[in-house]
Design a protein. Structure first.
Lengths: 501, 464
């Protein structure tokens, strides 16, 4: 690519923004006895370094699972072990068993932030750069602009470098992106390997597995199940099995080990109401107290069913007509669905930014906004406002999104044509969407101001968090509808075009 | 929606650049700040709580007021905003007071004052012609100049991390240069006079201004061969220039003249007792001179040419700010440095007088004056290299030769600023920003002048 230096500059900007955000406070700073996610990450380094593998996921006198017990798959544990070795080299006090609980110092903060930056640099950023370079049918300048916008996405930066979540999101997201990249560019084995690594790093990535599975299955069908397709299927199966076995090897020795790890990974008793998350259940809960009506496992089953059912049409279509674009759109729909139903610490990838810039930008802004209560708790108001504004400006100037709000640009042309058959006056769709955007942005800004300046009334201490959650949820509902429309009408127009040609 | 489109449309790349760098500056708020932070807090306190007669006498803190009166008035105005943030910072006795609100206020004041710098850059861009340009926005000289100035690495780390108010001062200087380019000489002179009374370090470049205005403004016409036409001397212009400078100076120093405090003010402004080199040596000629002296003294001791008893106990490398004697080489006095500086700027001044080439020649002379003063001046701070780098940026986007010199100057100059930030958390920031600026400047200037470079390279090949 000719403009390698511009891409380097974009990466450098991304890294600079990340490091400057990391100078701020982290979750649970100076708040004993439990502290926060940062302490969880440090604790895992302590556990994995000092205890044998067999004891990592078990409750014992040395490993109190109530105090930030390990609840992510083995790859996270191995990563923590690696970091622990480095920590031991610099200052063993950081990971000394028992005595290092709640250890906080400037040097340690520097170390932890550096581990995040290195992980990002090695896995996520190359994936983004390569992804943008492999995009087809757009100019080099647009590719670089795309990379800039993705790297400036505030949600990921604020959670990984500000809040410091107990999981390195950039690693799991990076692996998932490698997976998407591999699968879209016909490097199927690499893609599936990367995605398996992603699942083994963070079990939430299982959500993405349905579109992956359907897409790869579709590819095998396309190649013909009797010949090449079957060979591909076998190869894929072997890759998946091999990667899982490699990651879980120490835990496959005993049945009890495997079960215990699974129990830690999928705590069915945690339910859906972890913190005030911006999903449909919390919003619904305001009107109808389902938290109290339904038992926890029923809630979970309901969520899974809803998610599965809403994804089914798109997945079936993907199996029958595997295409890169369809794959990306299905993933996007998946995100909106999951956000709608679950939202448990989830970061969407800006995959279709270049194709539908206006909606993607709006979507990402809302997803950042939904993190507001969490960020305010960690005193990250300034970085969040700054990074959101930077992201917005980058998207506006790179894609000139406000000029791309016509029906065709929003891929709603076929939809509006169909509607106009019944309602001839339905010409104001694009104007309506623009106004909705304006209203949405104004509401978000106002809510932010209110949360920062005013105190909530005594009777409703969580008023602002719930309002944030409610507003975000409304937006996500809108996106859900929108993406569904795109996918369904995309298939119709595809069929029409085939008829014409 | 149309208004939105206009405001945020693609045409406004300049606003996007300015906003982008402002957001970056906001992200730099929690970084390390040097003692200059306390210096400015102290000055806020002094100007707010004490009467004018005390301003240049106050010495509770070691950071006494040593900038000209206009800066003191500026701090006075700021202090009236500061009191809404944190009243405590305005107490003279609150040494090293740095609450989070104080930090926020001070940082925001620097970021806010940079508005003047942004405006000046905008004006400078108008003076650049973009005749032979590529169709792409990123290849236009205006765009490159805007990035080189707005995102200047040196200015970012000195103003927004180390903490100083150079942004708006350089804005004033660039504005006066732009006005001279636009043939609005009176305004240019006015802005420069004001600037001098904000920070007198700009005296480094005053000769360039003086000679240029005298030669190209007061003498209204030239002979056909370019030499001076004595009878075109315009008394009106000389007198009006003199009046402008006089009025500005009167406004600034007048009150102190009335209070009979001028000697005190001058002793604060020009503290020659501070020694030849700053605590951190500026990488200028005297640094080499000191190093040579040290090396010779060590050799001399080893070879027993020198008597150990004659060598002064304190050394120049101890990081203190005092006056010293050299051991082997002759000692350097302020007068010596002045003479060396004058000799260094003489060639460029001669050229400016005898062969004036309009504003561009003036800019060259200005850069050379800044560089010469940096090399040979008394008690030079390493930050002074910015005085040469920023004007040079204007030259770099117009000629290939200037571009290559600029790249050398800016890369070494910026690298020499590294010791200013010595804390561990700031290490990645300074490396990343330095890489960012260096890669951008080299690649963009190379792209801009790729044709000229190709021609030069081809000519070079033909030679062989």
């Amino acid at each position: 690519m000719e403009k390698w230096y511009l891409m380097t500059i974009v990466v450098l900007i991304g890294l600079t923004v990340r490091w400057t955000v990391s100078l701020n406070s982290y979750s649970g700073a100076g708040k004993p006895p439990m502290f926060g996610d940062y302490e969880a990450q440090r604790h895992w380094q302590e556990i994995t370094f000092n205890l044998p593998v067999k004891q990592w996921y078990f409750n014992s006198s040395d490993n109190n699972l109530q105090y930030w017990g390990l609840d992510y798959p083995p790859l996270t544990a191995y990563h923590s072990l690696l970091c622990a070795y480095v920590a031991k080299f610099i200052n063993p006090d950081w990971i000394a068993l028992h005595t290092s609980r709640g250890y906080e110092s400037q040097a340690h903060k520097l170390f932890m932030r550096t581990t995040v930056l290195i992980a990002d640099l090695l896995i996520y950023i190359p994936a983004v750069v390569l992804y943008c370079c492999c995009l087809k049918d757009i100019s080099t300048k647009k590719k670089i602009a795309n990379a800039l916008c993705i790297l400036l996405y505030p949600g990921l930066i604020l959670i990984d470098y500000g809040h410091f979540q107990n999981i390195y999101n950039s690693v799991s997201l990076g692996f998932a992106l490698w997976g998407v990249l591999g699968v879209s560019c016909d490097w199927d084995l690499l893609g599936s390997l990367a995605f398996c690594l992603a699942i083994n790093y963070k079990q939430m990535e299982l959500y993405h597995s349905l579109p992956f599975f359907c897409f790869l299955l579709g590819k095998c069908f396309k190649k013909g199940l009797k010949g090449k397709g079957f060979v591909l299927l076998v190869k894929l199966a072997c890759t998946v099995v091999a990667s899982f076995v490699l990651c879980w090897l120490p835990f496959f020795t005993e049945r009890e080990q495997t079960l215990q790890v699974l129990r830690r990974l999928f705590p069915v008793d945690r339910g859906l109401f972890e913190d005030k998350v911006a999903n449909i259940w919390c919003s619904f809960n305001v009107f109808l107290k389902i938290r109290d009506i339904l038992p926890r496992h029923i809630q979970l089953i309901m969520s899974f069913c809803f998610t599965f059912l809403s994804l089914l049409p798109a997945c079936i279509k993907l199996t029958l007509q595997p295409s890169s674009k369809g794959f990306r759109l299905t993933l996007l729909k998946l995100y909106s669905v999951i956000l709608f139903f679950f939202l448990y610490h989830f970061r969407p990838v800006c995959l279709v930014l270049s194709e539908i810039p206006f909606m993607s930008t709006w979507f990402l802004l809302v997803s950042t906004f939904s993190l507001l209560p969490l960020l305010l708790k960690d005193e990250l108001l300034m970085p969040s406002v700054v990074t959101t504004m930077a992201f917005f400006i980058a998207c506006v100037t790179s894609f000139s999104i406000f000029e791309k709000t016509s029906e065709e640009e929003l891929q709603l042309k076929s939809f509006s044509i169909s509607v106009r058959k019944y309602l001839p006056c339905f010409t104001f769709l694009s104007r309506m969407i623009q106004y909705l955007f304006l209203i949405s942005v104004i509401t978000m800004v106002l809510l932010t101001l209110m949360t920062v300046t005013l105190d909530p009334p005594q009777k409703l201490p969580d008023l602002f968090s719930v309002l944030v959650c409610f507003v975000s949820c409304l937006n996500f509902l809108f996106f859900l509808v929108y993406f569904n429309i795109i996918i369904m009408w995309d298939s119709k127009s595809g069929r029409n075009q085939k008829k014409i040609s | 929606m149309a208004a939105f489109t206009i405001a945020a449309g693609t045409g406004n790349w300049f606003s996007a650049l300015a906003l982008g760098v402002t957001l970056l500056k906001c992200l730099l708020i929690p970084t390390y700040h040097s003692t200059d932070f306390e210096v400015h807090r102290n000055w806020l306190a002094i100007t707010h709580s004490l009467p004018i007669s005390q301003w240049y006498y106050e010495a509770t803190s070691e950071w006494t007021l040593d900038y000209p009166p206009f800066f003191a008035w500026f701090e006075y105005i700021l202090s009236h905003v500061a009191k809404y943030f944190d009243q405590e910072m305005l107490n003279v006795r609150n040494l090293n007071y740095s609450s989070s609100r104080t930090l926020l206020f001070q940082r925001f004041s620097v970021i806010f004052m940079d508005v003047l710098f942004v405006y000046a850059v905008h004006e400078c861009c108008k003076c650049i012609d973009g005749k032979k340009v590529g169709k792409e926005l990123t290849e236009k000289p205006k765009f490159i100049l805007s990035v080189l100035l707005l995102w200047n690495f040196g200015l970012l780390i000195v103003d927004h991390i180390h903490f100083q108010y150079n942004g708006f001062l350089f804005g004033l200087m660039l504005l006066s240069i732009a006005r001279l380019f636009q043939k609005r000489h009176m305004e240019g002179a006015f802005f420069f006079a004001v600037l001098l009374h904000f920070k007198h370090i700009y005296l480094y470049v005053a000769p360039a201004y003086g000679v240029y205005l005298l030669r190209s403004y007061c003498f209204t016409a030239n002979k056909p061969d370019g030499s001076i036409r004595w009878n075109s001397f315009s008394f009106v212009r000389v007198i009006s220039l003199g009046l402008v400078v006089f009025l500005v100076s009167a406004l600034s120093l007048g009150p102190f003249l009335a209070l009979n405090q001028l000697p005190q003010v001058f002793s604060r402004l020009f503290p020659f007792k501070r020694g030849l080199c700053h605590a951190y040596w500026a990488p200028n000629f005297w640094a080499l001179y000191n190093a040579l002296d040290k090396v010779l003294s060590v050799i001399g001791l080893k070879l027993k040419f020198l008597d150990p008893n004659n060598i002064p106990k304190a050394s120049m490398t101890s990081g203190l700010v005092q006056q010293f004697q050299h051991t082997v080489l002759p000692s350097v006095t302020p007068l010596t440095t002045l003479i060396c500086t004058l000799i260094a700027i003489l060639p460029s001044i001669f050229c400016l007088w005898f062969k004036p080439q309009g504003p561009r020649g003036f800019l060259r002379c200005l850069t050379l004056c800044a560089l010469s003063s940096f090399m040979f001046g008394w008690h030079v701070h390493e930050k002074a290299i910015l005085l040469a780098i920023l004007p040079m940026s204007l030259l770099s986007v117009q000629k290939a030769g200037d571009a290559s010199i600029f790249l050398i100057l800016t890369t070494t100059g910026h690298y020499s600023l590294f010791p200013l930030l010595f804390t561990a958390p700031e290490l990645p920031i300074k490396i990343l920003l330095m890489l960012l600026f260096t890669i951008y400047s080299i690649s963009s200037l190379k792209t801009l002048f790729r044709q000229s470079f190709t021609v030069i390279a081809q000519a070079g090949l033909q030679w062989h």
